[in-house]
Design a protein around this ligand. Sequence first.
Ligand SMILES: Cc1cc2nc3c(=O)[nH]c(=O)nc-3n(C[C@H](O)[C@H](O)[C@H](O)COP(=O)(O)OP(=O)(O)OC[C@H]3O[C@@H](n4cnc5c(N)ncnc54)[C@H](O)[C@@H]3O)c2cc1C
Length: 261
Amino acid sequence: MMVSSVHASLGALLSAHQSIGVPEPLKLAGSEAQKQKFLPRCAAGAISAFLLTEPDVGSDPARLASTATPVDGGAAYELDGVKLWTTNGVVAELLVVMARVPKSDGHRGGISAFVVEADSPGITVERRNKFMGLRGIENGLTRLHSVRVPAENLIGKEGDGLKIALTTLNAGRLAIPAIAAGAAKWSLKSRASGPVNGCSGGNPLASTARWWRRFPSLPQRVTRSSRCWSCPARWPTKAATTSDRGGTGQAVVERDGLRDR
Ligand SMILES: Cc1cc2nc3c(=O)[nH]c(=O)nc-3n(C[C@H](O)[C@H](O)[C@H](O)COP(=O)(O)OP(=O)(O)OC[C@H]3O[C@@H](n4cnc5c(N)ncnc54)[C@H](O)[C@@H]3O)c2cc1C
């Protein structure tokens, strides 16, 4: 929440990395060896991403089409598929990839979760997606083509992947309201307290009212016709009037039905 009061894209980066990326599924279902191998890297700064969604699979991840085919007598898996909306996927060092293991002799099969090195041969980040908001988010489209992953990178057992992914998302998604609340609080505060972060004028209503509270002897009637350059165009442009109500020295600014004390 605090990070997102600076920039929501940073909140998204942290959330995708630590709430749904490699650390959370490993905490939930990883082996001791996996925790020893990957968690110190994540703590030291290796960014991770969570690759579940596909171009044709979003709310219904049980239909995912990416495959993980056992090779080398079960010593490794070969991953194939396309993953969409991969937050951090463009910059990540480690990935959690959900893919379906086909049922075969000695393999229970089903959707399974793997830790994958992002620089493995066969992984291509095909593009960085653009969003209307969250413009700093490193979210992309990743193609996996015969990506070899050692069997020791399977998280939990074959077929556990969907449960691991959804359990991870249950807790991980709690970051989203925190991000939204942090950004909203910052926005409200910046509008209510005048110039911030290079904003040339801030909220003329709030800052004018504060000015008159501090200096009640100033002329009690002003008009303002210009608006802050940094504020959205929808900020009202009609002139504001300021007056001292009842001789209390407390200024009241009224404009377009808005009132700020
Ligand atoms: C900013 C952002 C970051 C993301 N980061 C990641 C990430 O890091 N990793 C990852 O794997 N994915 C990520 N995603 C993808 C996200 O998880 C999916 O967008 C989400 O699962 C929804 O899937 P979809 O976009 O395909 O929408 P759809 O599943 O196509 O849904 C579209 C609409 O239809 C509705 N709908 C769907 N099914 C039904 C139904 N049965 N009944 C009624 N209504 C229905 C939905 O509620 C929605 O309104 C990210 C998405 C965004 C926007």
